[in-house]
Design a protein around this ligand. Structure first.
Ligand code: AMP
Length: 282
């Protein structure tokens, strides 16, 4: 495994691989890797000749007052995990390497970036789309692996890649959870023991949403109310949003039908956690 910090070097290495007929799998991350990230790595290693993992805490996707400075980092541990998982390249650029001059060009995705996360973090998805566009440009033609944990992010990146004819196949991978149902996240380290004990309420709220839908409820307002009631039982959870929406548009437009997604975002002290699940209504 090679660790590469410059754009020129990783671009040249991957161009050599493709020229030799090797397919490239790409896993973009912000590091502090856990089993969720490693499931993406595993899918990439299984499906491609060469795997590159990027580790870059992207300042553009953090708003003023968010946790950019506190975001956990451990490149040595991440590299060891990547090596053990069969990764070929870790691309770990500095902020100066990625953004040597003030960013003047950004990518925005209109419709699917607007609700939910977009409504609560108005600059977030432009930051994500811009860094992912840049990384896709650096890595070149590849399969790129993203986690369904960030469901709306997958929708934003898929839309961007299609709209801009990027030579990238976006692959969405299932959410990896702790045994008690909490979705794995680098931000879980922020949780105090008391908050950690209550955090699985997110999974329970999603389960309740799915149960209510399976029982025949189709009104998103009623489904969301049932989910909110579950969250209300956890005093340390401050919900940002609770949603039951069409899985593609993420905006309810009347009774639910077809592929439905239930999503939650809540703050537990310093940690803002998100989770989602889905089902297909017959
Ligand atoms: P991050 O480092 O948080 O930017 O995440 C990098 C990638 O890992 C994103 O595509 C995430 O959706 C994915 N990911 C994060 N947590 C999980 C998880 N628990 N299960 C599956 N994928 C995840």
């Amino acid at each position: 495994m090679e660790t590469v910090t410059t754009i020129d070097e990783i671009r040249a290495a991957l161009e050599r691989d493709r020229a030799a007929g090797r397919s490239v799998g790409f896993v973009p991350t912000m590091g502090y890797l856990h089993a969720g990230h490693l499931s993406l790595v595993e899918a990439s290693v299984a499906g491609n000749d060469v795997t590159v993992v990027s580790i870059f805490v992207n300042p553009l996707q953090f708003a003023e007052g968010e946790d950019l400075d506190a975001y956990p980092r451990d490149l040595a541990a991440d590299s060891a995990e990547c090596r053990a998982a069969g990764v070929d390249y870790v691309f770990a650029p500095s902020v100066e390497e990625m953004y040597p001059t003030p960013v003047d060009t950004t990518v925005t995705v209109a419709s699917v970036a607007a609700p939910l996360e977009g409504a609560h973090r108005p600059t977030h998805f432009a930051g994500v789309a811009t860094v992912v566009a840049k990384l896709f440009s650096i890595v070149g033609p590849c399969r790129a692996y993203f986690g369904a944990k960030d469901w709306q992010q997958v929708a934003v990146v898929t839309t961007m890649a299609a709209d801009l004819s990027m030579p990238v196949e976006v692959v969405a991978c299932p959410i990896v959870r702790e045994p008690d149902g909490l979705a794995m996240s680098s931000r879980n380290v922020y949780l105090t023991p008391e908050e950690r004990a209550q955090a699985p309420v997110l999974r329970r709220a999603l389960d309740t949403g799915l149960e209510v839908l399976r029982a025949g409820e189709r009104d998103p307002v009623v489904v969301e109310a049932a989910m909110r009631e579950v969250l209300a039982a956890a005093p340390l959870a401050a919900p940002d949003y609770v949603a039951a929406v069409p899985a593609d548009t993420l905006v309810a437009d009347g009774p639910l039908h077809g592929d439905v997604r239930v999503l939650v975002a809540a703050r537990f002290g310093r940690a803002r956690l998100i989770d989602n699940d889905g089902l297909r209504l017959g």
